[in-house]
Ligand binder design. Structure first.
Ligand code: THU
Length: 189
């Protein structure tokens, strides 16, 4: 009889996981404490400027900290590369996610997938600013697929922190395909 492995293997580290020296380097204290708030006050830089003009003040330190907190919760035993992401929606809600891998390697979920689910499940809205970090707490740029996800829910003006500083989404995904393309064809019919 072949032995079947029991269920509930989440958290099990496959052989080899520890040898890479890529264990999360997160701040244990912060990870235990958890987030203290789920909201961020978004303020326009100058009176009379609206948030959708892109002239906003984002608490990047808070977003980065939340992203680090999520990276500390990632389930990334196969790649050994935990990722955490946090964003603020246009109503000030903070949304976040971490990567969740799978023994069927191709079906792992990127951190951004979780964050977008948090956004939509929590009432929707648009992403205004996003910070994505690795296990060292360093900013990373989203993979190609996740740029498309962020485009859908944040659009060209969404701000994102990268290793080269804060940029708008249209810098990360120039000439993006999006809902406008579908509308264009629908209107031409
Ligand atoms: N990963 C993310 O979660 N987001 C990204 O934008 C880049 C890659 C994850 C996927 C996989 O679990 C691990 O990082 C290594 O590629």
């Amino acid at each position: 009889m072949p032995t079947r492995r029991s269920s509930g293997e989440a958290g099990r580290k496959p052989p080899g996981y520890d040898v890479s020296g890529r264990e999360p380097q997160y701040d244990q204290q912060t990870a235990r404490q958890g987030p203290t708030t789920n909201r961020m006050a978004l303020t326009a830089n100058q009176p009379g400027h609206s948030l959708d003009e892109g002239d906003i003040v984002v608490d990047w330190d808070a977003l980065r900290e939340r992203a680090r907190w999520m990276a500390a919760r990632a389930y990334a035993p196969y790649s050994g590369y935990p990722v955490g992401v946090a964003g603020v929606a246009d109503d000030g809600r903070i949304v976040s996610g971490c990567n969740v891998e799978n023994a069927s390697l191709g079906v792992g979920l990127c951190a951004e997938c979780g964050m977008v689910s948090d956004l939509i499940g929590g009432g929707g809205g648009r992403l205004v600013a996003v910070a994505c970090v690795n296990a060292l707490g360093e900013p990373i740029t989203p993979c190609g697929r996740c740029r498309q996800l962020l485009w859908e829910h944040g659009g060209a003006a969404m701000l994102i922190e990268t290793p080269e500083g804060i940029v708008t989404m249209d810098k990360l995904l120039p000439q993006a395909f999006g809902a406008d393309d579908l509308d264009h064809l629908a209107q031409a019919k």
